[in-house]
Design a protein around this ligand. Structure first.
Ligand SMILES: [Zn+2]
Length: 380
């Protein structure tokens, strides 16, 4: 067997040598060249042919990156494992490399968490791609020009940071689940899973768009343009000074309007409640659009909007915040927001004389707009 290993130091050298041998094979074949070419072909065959083809072409670098991800998943992850008597030892490098040998790892080199992260890499990449599209939609406000890729990437990163701190807030996971799905277009009846249809308010998906584009348009409509969403936005504005304008990016990306003194984590809870309130408002609107019986005449779109808006704004948005307040799980970082913060406020609870535990305790309260009263509990 020809000793080709000293001839190559890395994969790029191997590919160059392989191409040179192929040329020699076509022009001046010898037994030595044939054997060398066959052996090198065998070594390179552990890589997908598409990857090799891309790697040989300098103009395909982006595709090579994607193919590298594919290799990591198909070849490396499939071989991962911890030491076990059942696993064969690593094969000597002189032996053929198909099938690839198991890569035996120890706890010091690979934790369960990092191994799981590697295995979920395709899911994370799909999630990231969906969130970039989400951020792009949140930042787009015609007739302004579309946001730059750098702006979209930065907004996505900021939103994910806010989501990380939001997940630590002690509250019902249903509301967190709604927002998580919202960012990846996974909410049913709102464009989720690329399914779109006309809204009960009378809106229709753009006729000439593709299926996914229609679904994204439906999400944008349901959570911003639809009168039900605007009714919730009205409630958000009721708690803010008149000159403050809340944009789609503020609400969707969990970023508070700059310079308004809004605590970022409080705003994230408010935005999450607003998105959930929209979904809850759409339910009654959809039910009403079906009619209660054959003898009941269907409601007009304007009447349906009134049903949905009333459910979303009068019940759900403020009731959700009241529900959060009822838990009294005040994050320590909220202690500074004071008693005049919009939406939610915090007061220092007086310590009774003689109390053993004299650590400061805070009480969370709802900053309810004047003339609005709510039920105390939330019945979902
Ligand atoms: Zn609508």
């Amino acid at each position: 067997m020809p000793q080709i290993r000293p001839l190559i130091s890395d994969l790029a050298s191997a590919l160059r040598l392989h191409s040179a041998l192929l040329l020699r094979l076509q022009t001046a074949p010898t037994l030595h060249i044939v054997a060398l070419f066959a052996h090198l072909t065998s070594l390179l065959s552990i890589f997908p042919s598409a990857w090799l083809a891309f790697h040989r072409s300098p103009g395909n670098l982006p595709a090579v990156t994607a193919a590298l991800t594919d290799i990591a998943h198909r070849y490396i992850v499939a071989c991962l494992g911890w030491p076990s008597p059942r696993l064969p030892p690593l094969l000597p490098t002189s032996q053929p490399m198909r099938p690839p040998p198991p890569i035996v790892l120890t706890a010091a080199t690979l934790s369960v968490r990092s191994a799981t992260a590697i295995q979920l890499l395709p899911s994370f990449l799909a999630q990231r791609s969906a969130r970039l599209a989400f951020a792009s939609c949140a930042l787009t406000s015609p007739p302004c020009s579309p946001p730059s890729p750098a702006a979209i990437s930065a907004a996505t990163g900021a939103m994910e940071l806010s989501m990380t701190s939001l997940w630590r807030v002690k509250w019902d996971n249903r509301y967190k689940d709604t927002f998580w799905r919202f960012t990846v277009n996974g909410l049913r009846a709102a464009g989720g899973h690329d399914i779109s249809f006309p809204c009960s308010c009378g809106w229709h998906p753009p006729a000439l768009s593709s299926g996914p584009a229609k679904a994204l348009a439906m999400r944008a409509h349901c959570f911003w343009e639809c009168p039900v969403a605007q009714a919730v936005l009205l409630e958000v504005h009721r708690a803010l000074p008149p000159h403050v304008t809340v944009s789609k990016s503020h609400l969707w990306l969990l970023q508070p309007p700059v310079g308004r003194g809004l605590h970022p984590e409080v705003w994230a809870v408010v935005a999450m409640a607003a998105i959930h309130a929209v979904t809850r408002g759409r339910g009654p609107m959809w039910s009403a659009s079906l009619g209660s019986s054959a003898s009941t005449p269907p409601l007009s779109p304007a009447e349906l909007v009134r049903v949905g808006s009333r459910a979303a704004q009068a019940c759900w948005f403020w009731c959700l915040l009241q529900d959060f307040v009822n838990l009294q799980s005040v994050p320590l970082s909220w202690a500074s927001i004071g008693r005049h913060h919009p939406f939610l406020n915090v007061i220092l609870t007086p310590i009774p004389p003689g109390a053993v535990d004299n650590a400061p305790k805070y009480t969370l309260r709802l900053t309810l707009p004047v003339s609005l009263t709510l039920p105390i509990t939330l019945d979902d």
